[in-house]
Design a protein around this ligand. Structure first.
Ligand code: FAS
Ligand code: PHB
Length: 389
């Protein structure tokens, strides 16, 4: 078998790349280790930057997003029980769209199936060969049979625990990492949200986030100790703790109910450089991770794919590999700015265990400065709505 580009991973990065390449007549195959329903069962991101929205529309998967997505012109940050609105639209002229990653994934899967491009689910033991040659190949097993395919390029869109980054010799990769001593316990509930926009809460008991997926489905997060597990929390305990961290107005609007999903995500900052090795490219979580405080994870995956897809299209249309040669450097320039913003938002909003009195005073001063400075609010807003590609 042979194709032009093998994509490993059927998450948002892999699916978006597959569609953007398909629309330019480039043949791909996506190899995904999990069943389709498992991929769709993961509840993750909820905020789309305008650049991400544009790429999803370019991929032909934007109809439902435009119809069901909620346009948000700002967000609220709460400290000391008082909410302060950051006016994205007024400060930057831009908004974000609230539309779950699960729905983005579903829409991209649907358009890929409709155009007949191949995705192999439950592709196990994926192995990448000869990435420093001009004819790499990829092997996998499925239904007890072994398969292999030759290709021009391999793109690892297989997330943090995938096989692609591990295929690059360790002495050719530089990695940078910061682990945070807390996680986010997330709950999904079929109840209306407490407010029109998101509320990020810095509370003395810990961070909380009031988000949503629609006007009838809400997503809430609580900062919790890294050693805890989602099953340690009953729904009642979650609602009780959330109520303690919210202001009285939000509490009065809070509608609780049985969780549809409950999960605990560790927070980590991570970058692997470079994002190319021979004919293997990395995109999305395969190359970088951000704490979700800045709502950047999914959006960085999209911007990687936006840069890489244009480079691959340029190569196949003009035989120029200039875009491929500059991909890693261009993607990393944007990634590091998002890493900085995500780290800054995490530092600003979380109760850091064993933080000194001095640290807490610095955090309070940072928030007070933010609430009083248009320049500081503009800086936050332009990072949150998405920096240029
Ligand atoms: P993904 O991890 O989504 O997809 C990788 C795919 O590759 C998976 O389907 C996996 O099964 C497959 N795969 C892995 N190894 C493979 C192998 N060896 N062979 C074949 N396939 C393989 N971001 C936000 O912006 N906001 C959030 O609130 C948020 N919450 C998150 C919560 C959790 C628990 C996690 C883990 C991440 C969260 N993120 C959030 C970040 C998340 O949205 C990612 O940025 C996004 O999924 C990145 O997409 P991909 O790069 O496609 O990676
Ligand atoms: C979400 O709705 O899942 C969400 C929103 C904003 C964030 C993180 C997660 O910063």
């Amino acid at each position: 078998m042979r194709t032009q580009v093998v994509i490993i991973g059927s998450g948002p990065a892999g699916l978006l790349l597959g569609q953007l390449l398909h629309k330019s007549g480039i043949d791909t195959i996506i190899l995904e280790q999990k069943p389709k329903d498992y991929v769709l069962g993961r509840i993750r991101a909820g905020v789309l930057e305008q650049g991400t929205v544009a790429l999803i529309e370019e991929a032909g998967a934007g109809v439902r997003m435009r119809h069901e997505g909620l346009v948000h012109d700002g967000t609220e940050i709460e400290f000391g029980g008082i909410r302060h609105r950051i006016d994205f639209k007024g400060l930057t002229g831009k908004s974000v769209i609230i539309y779950g990653q699960t729905e983005v994934t579903r829409d991209l899967m649907d358009v890929r199936e409709a155009c007949g491009a191949p995705t192999v689910y439950e592709a196990l033991d994926v192995g990448i060969r000869d990435i420093e040659s001009e004819s790499p190949s990829v092997r996998w097993s499925a239904d007890g049979k072994k398969f292999a395919i030759d290709c021009d390029y391999v793109v690892g869109c297989d997330g943090f625990h995938g096989v692609s980054r591990q295929t690059i010799p360790a002495n050719r990769l530089r990695t940078y990492e910061r682990a945070y001593p807390f996680g986010w316990l997330g709950i999904l509930v079929e109840k209306p949200p407490v407010s029109e926009e998101l509320i990020y809460v810095n509370h003395e008991r810990g961070f909380a986030l009031c988000s949503m997926r629609s006007r009838t489905r809400s997503r809430y997060y609580l900062q919790c100790p890294i050693e805890e597990h989602a099953e340690d929390w009953t729904d009642g305990q979650f609602w009780e703790e959330l109520t303690r961290r919210l202001d009285p107005q939000a509490v009065s609007k809070l509608q609780t109910g049985p969780s549809i999903e409950k999960s605990l995500a560790p927070l980590r900052s991570f970058v692997a450089e470079p994002m190319r090795f021979g004919r293997l490219f990395l995109a999305g979580d395969a190359a970088h991770i951000v704490p979700p405080t800045g709502a950047k994870g999914l959006n960085l995956a999209a911007s990687d794919v936006g840069i890489l897809s244009r480079a691959l299209i340029e190569l196949y249309k003009t035989n120029s590999d200039a875009g491929l040669d500059s991909y890693s450097q261009r993607a990393l320039a944007r990634i590091w700015k998002a890493e900085r913003f995500s780290w800054q938002m995490t530092q600003l909003l979380h109760l850091v265990p064993d933080a000194s009195g001095f640290d807490r005073k610095l955090q309070a001063a940072g928030l007070e400065y933010l609430f009083k400075s248009t320049a500081a609010q503009t800086a936050l807003a332009e990072n949150y709505v998405g920096l240029p590609y």
